[in-house]
Design a protein around this ligand. Structure first.
Ligand SMILES: *Cc1c(COP(=O)(O)O)cnc(C)c1O
Length: 373
């Protein structure tokens, strides 16, 4: 089969979504599936919706257009502050957008009026991540302004944690977000439907806390796709962590350790090359490189160590078990590797889904249907 290729198990993505939706539902929190790490792939988006996500969110217009062109009609939230140059497309393809700038909101409102529609606004509040967000003390004024602007509707408020700079959110942070929702309503009326508490980084809080407060929505990407907690990197219990696996092909295998240190002038380096075990290690090259993935975000099989990468090659080393030319190495991906690999044109994306078992329960391995796309 063609290589490199990313194998995507849609059933596992659907099941991960279902587990998270079911765990959050008793807490009054709904799940919006975030598709930006998978370029808004409609098959993956549909798996999230089949698993119970009430809507989708993405950060790029091109991705949202891919969802719409595939006939997906669910609510779509633009989670990156819209570009002024894209307000028309945002209004026509997204039901709502996350916003922090009054100038952009005014422009969205004007575009919505021209299109004879209303566009919903989620105001993002700065709560310590220092990426996007209105300073909390300015929130009520801006919210009031939104409620008075024809063409836009104040739908809710939201916050983002642990994306750029911030730590994982604390109970105090989340209580502060709920309090801000109350402040906005005291000033503007009962307009705050959605209190969007954050991303996969907030999942631990949402599942552990005694008091959810007014938070009633999470925007989840990584937890659904990779089954991992972005803060700790740890797997989340009950979720599949192998919905995506990357296969790369071996194109060279040679014992190179004797060649490498030929002209080392630094005595420290020469000493290093004399480590006896070195001579029995084998170097191999995988036909995949920086153009296809983030090699530092890959997990290699236990017997294979990562040495380095160039645009089209990844060099690995094995001890006592040389990799066969033409064989494939199975790699696991973190969020950054997934993001780059999904966007790479030379990595084939191969989808499979397991048929539901006869009892409608867990997926069975026998029913896999690989489809090359
Ligand atoms: C990327 C992003 C998310 C989803 O983050 P995950 O860690 O993948 O769950 C949620 N909200 C915003 C604003 C984002 O940019």
């Amino acid at each position: 089969m063609t290589a490199p290729r990313l194998e995507i198990n849609l059933s596992k993505i659907r099941q991960n979504t279902r587990v998270l939706v079911d765990r959050l539902k008793p807490r009054g929190i709904s799940v919006t599936g975030v598709t930006k790490a998978v370029c808004g792939d409609p098959r993956i988006a549909k798996a999230m919706l089949a698993g119970g996500a009430i809507g989708l969110a993405d950060a790029r217009m091109a991705n949202v257009e891919r969802l719409r062109q595939a006939g997906i009609t669910c609510p779509v939230l633009m989670i990156r502050t819209p570009m002024l140059s894209q307000v028309e497309q945002i209004v026509s393809s997204c039901d709502a957008s996350c916003n922090t700038e009054t100038e952009i909101i005014a422009s969205l409102a004007a575009a919505a009026l021209l299109q004879g529609t209303n566009h919903e606004i989620i105001l993002m509040v700065e709560m310590g991540d220092l990426r996007e967000g209105i300073m909390p003390e300015d929130l009520t004024d801006i919210a009031l302004q939104v409620t008075r602007t024809p063409g836009v509707l104040l739908r809710g408020i939201g916050a983002n944690f642990a994306c750029l700079a911030g730590p994982a959110p604390t109970a105090e942070d989340m209580a502060a977000l709920s309090a801000l929702a109350n402040d906005v309503e005291a000033e503007c009326g009962p307009f705050v439907d959605v209190i969007s508490g954050g991303s996969s980084a907030n999942l631990q809080w949402a599942l552990d806390t005694e008091v959810v407060g007014r938070v009633n929505s999470l925007r989840l990407g990584e937890a659904i796709l990779l089954g991992t907690d972005p803060v700790s990197g740890n797997p989340i219990s009950g979720l599949h962590t192998d919905a995506f696996v990357l296969q790369a092909e071996v194109i060279e295998t040679k014992a190179k350790s004797k060649l490498a240190p030929l002209k080392l002038s630094d005595p420290a380096l020469s000493a290093l090359s004399l480590v006896p075990g070195n001579h029995w290690k084998t170097r191999s090259i995988l036909a995949i490189g920086l153009q296809d993935t983030d090699p530092t975000g890959l997990t290699f099989p236990a017997a294979v160590s990562y040495i380095g990468a160039t645009s089209d090659h990844i060099v690995v080393e094995t001890t006592n078990c040389p990799l066969r030319i033409g064989s494939e190495i199975t790699l696991r991906l973190n969020y950054s590797a997934l993001l780059h690999t999904m966007a790479a044109p030379d990595v084939a994306k191969v989808f499979c889904s397991s048929r539901p078992a006869a009892d409608g329960g867990a997926a069975s391995r026998n029913g896999r249907h690989p489809v090359l796309l």
